[in-house]
Design a binder for this molecule. Structure first.
Ligand SMILES: Nc1ncnc2c1ncn2[C@@H]1O[C@H](COP(=O)(O)OP(=O)(O)OP(=O)(O)O)[C@@H](O)[C@H]1O
Ligand SMILES: [Mg+2]
Length: 284
């Protein structure tokens, strides 16, 4: 198992800093191999470049409405965003930018959906994995559950002896949190979304808590019959203050871990998918 504090969180912090700055990591070695991962989410498209040790070296994040309910409903919009992100990364890395990428899909949906977008953007897809499974593989978990609460979905994966033995997905996510806030405060949805992501969002917890109660109920349903010790939370919606405590109360028998900042955990796991595969091969 990888250390959350020593291995994971420095990488997540680095990803957040690079997404904000748009720059390449200052300490990147000139001969480091690069890996590319693309997370086509309901709320945002994140392209992450990693070095050979799974450290983020550049990140592009665009908030976008191109995926709904696990389906790319704006195919050309999605391709355009990925092309723009690649072009911008190309200015940092030139020919070093890989021509291959890994990508993901919500459990229970068709993996071809993301693959088609990435191929249309001119890349070869070197691996595709469902989102919570990617996180489980990244953290090298043995007996745990991963819950990915993104913009449109709540995904659950159960890991046993390092293998994914179950994964499922339900269409409730951060979008529904924003809808609840918009209804309660009588705001346009876009304004509610910005308010929710704002620095004073802790004050909104009483309004949005019922949506997270529903997500916890979804997770409980999916975990019925599975023995797990630890529950790892991922996905941007887990950045809402109060989420870890709610899950800890709802699942008192489990240790609930929320790596910070959670928005970058799934994209990091997707980009590291090839690296995780290499690790498994070395171990075999
Ligand atoms: N600071 C924050 N506080 C609360 N919610 C946040 C914060 N930052 C991001 N979010 C929410 O996280 C969600 C996006 O998370 P994420 O990028 O994991 O989803 P996604 O991958 O686009 O969606 P999905 O996995 O469902 O397709 C959005 O609903 C966004 O509003
Ligand atoms: Mg996601």
């Amino acid at each position: 198992m990888r250390s959350i504090a020593d291995w994971l969180e420095p990488r997540l912090a680095q990803a957040a800093a690079l997404a904000a700055s748009g720059a390449a990591a200052a300490d990147l070695a000139a001969d480091a191999p690069l890996h590319l991962g693309i997370d086509l989410g309901t709320s945002c498209v994140v392209t992450m470049v990693l070095d050979g040790e799974g450290r983020p070296v550049a990140v592009r994040l665009d908030w976008a409405d191109v995926v709904r309910d696990g389906v790319v409903w704006d195919f050309f919009g999605a391709v355009q965003i990925v092309c723009r992100q690649l072009e911008s990364l190309g200015t940092l890395f030139g020919d070093r930018l890989p021509k291959q990428a890994t990508t993901s899909y919500p459990p229970g949906t068709d993996p071809r959906i993301s693959v088609n977008v990435i191929e249309a953007a001119g890349l070869e897809v070197s691996g595709v994995i469902d989102e919570p499974s990617a996180v489980a593989a990244l953290l090298q978990l043995d007996k745990a559950a991963v819950v990915d609460i993104g913009g449109g979905t709540t995904g659950v994966a159960v890991v046993r002896d390092g293998r994914i033995v179950y994964s499922g997905d339900e269409p409730t996510g951060g979008h529904h949190v924003s809808l609840t806030l918009a209804g309660s405060r009588n705001l346009p949805l876009a304004e509610a979304e910005m308010l929710k992501r704002g620095k004073d969002n802790a004050t909104l917890w009483p309004i949005v808590r019922p949506v997270f109660d529903k997500m916890a109920h979804i997770v409980d349903t999916h975990l019925q019959g599975w023995q797990v010790d630890t529950l790892y939370l991922s996905g941007g919606s887990c950045a809402m203050p109060g989420v870890r405590e709610l899950f800890a109360q709802r699942f008192p028998q489990l240790e609930v871990i929320l790596p910070q900042p959670p928005l970058f955990l799934t994209p990091l796991a997707i980009a590291a998918h090839g690296l995780a595969g290499a690790y498994a091969e070395v171990q075999a």
